[in-house]
Design a protein around this ligand. Structure first.
Ligand code: F1P
Length: 358
């Protein structure tokens, strides 16, 4: 029998492309299984929220915390699970209790499990988990768990599980903040994104194949910063390339020394901070940088300064667009890895879940 050879990156590509459909399925699962109401009955009175994860799930935490405050008006922070274990007194205070949300695609990452055990058993704090795999240890430790099972992946790196958990947590925030129109916008996003994403895989492949960069920089502000971190991680994981992330306006304060035609500088431009972020884009272009811009709507100045422009044109509020911004970063990591002859489905040195020996 002839063994069929796996096509490099095939799982990752199909998982990236499946995102709009997957978001619809996840929102349906939350609604039909009454998951949001159930969770809010238990945790809905909390005023301070703490989002916890590792790797991509930590970056979900950053996007979720920003969205949480915007949609509910409540305080929310993001921390890596390791900080809960190593510096708990910087995070937890008896005087000001917080509600932890533990984020993990696998529900099996050691640091997340240890953080959950520490919070539940040692600090007597009830935890909420969100995961994409049923029956994993996290579910047994946490008080309650949101499950987004359609978002699990075959590949090692997180793509649709990232964007789906962002959307799942935004749906929870919208329910808590009684933002019915935002919930509707999340549903519409799937439809609009399908159109916006259509030509992108071919465009990003062509761009990756025709350029060689020594370094990749991702810039964003506010709720977009977690997305820039995640794009940086995608490029590192899938293409084993050097990649960095900064707040857009922070780039002027030293990092801009690295601008050169060997560095791709990607801007995730927000609507709220558009003018200030575009000024940095123009400055970087003036210094001779190669620029990739993801914006919802681009003006003439942005068009002039962008070597590669992704205009999303999504007719939903700014926070409901966040998940769609990651698509280009995922494709850039995938296409760059394929160009280098790597298999982005199983990057070197990585495992799907980091399980530590005791
Ligand atoms: C988190 C994570 C991934 C990363 C790697 C190891 O996993 O750090 O983000 O890509 O493969 O695991 P999880 O806790 O969300 O399952």
């Amino acid at each position: 029998m002839i063994a069929t050879r796996a096509v490099p990156g095939a799982h990752t590509l199909s998982e990236i492309l499946s995102q709009p459909r997957c978001w619809t399925e996840c929102l349906r699962a939350l609604e039909e299984q009454n998951q949001l109401d159930r969770v809010l009955k238990q945790f809905g009175a909390q005023t301070d929220w703490l989002f916890v994860g590792c790797g991509s799930s930590f970056y979900i935490a950053q996007v979720a915390a920003a969205s949480w405050t915007a949609l509910t008006g409540l305080r929310a922070r993001a921390v890596p699970a390791s900080d809960v274990l190593l510096f708990p007194d910087l995070i937890l205070s008896d005087a000001r209790p917080c509600q932890p949300v533990l984020i993990s695609r696998s529900g099996h990452t050691s640091e997340v499990l240890k953080a959950a055990e520490y919070l539940e058993s040692r600090r007597n704090i009830r935890t909420l988990a969100i995961t994409c795999v049923a029956g994993q240890p996290l579910e047994n430790i946490a008080t309650d768990t949101l499950q987004l099972l359609p978002a699990d992946e075959k590949s090692m790196v997180m793509t649709r599980s990232f964007s789906s958990m962002v959307i799942g947590l935004q749906a929870l925030a919208a329910a808590l903040g009684h933002q019915l129109s935002f919930t509707e916008a999340l549903k519409k996003l799937s439809i609009f994104a399908q159109t916006a994403f259509g030509p992108l895989p071919a465009r990003v492949r062509q761009f990756a194949e025709s350029h060689d960069f020594a370094d990749y920089v991702f810039l964003a502000q506010g709720p977009f910063y977690g997305l820039a971190n995640e794009a940086m991680l995608k490029v590192k994981e899938m293409s084993c390339a050097y990649a960095q992330c900064f707040h857009t306006l922070e780039f002027r304060h030293g990092p801009k020394a690295i601008v050169s035609p060997d560095v791709l500088i990607t801007f995730f431009i927000s609507e709220s901070g558009y003018a200030a972020e575009r000024e940095v884009l123009e400055e970087v272009k003036g210094l001779g940088g190669i620029t990739l811009v993801v914006a919802n709507v681009a003006d003439a100045a942005t068009r002039r300064a962008a070597d590669f422009l992704v205009e999303l044109n999504l007719d939903v509020p700014e926070y409901a667009r966040l998940a769609a911004y990651i698509f280009t970063g995922q494709l850039l990591g995938l296409m760059t890895g394929l160009k280098k002859g790597l298999d982005p489905d199983s990057p070197r040195n990585l495992t799907r879940t980091v399980i530590l020996k005791d």
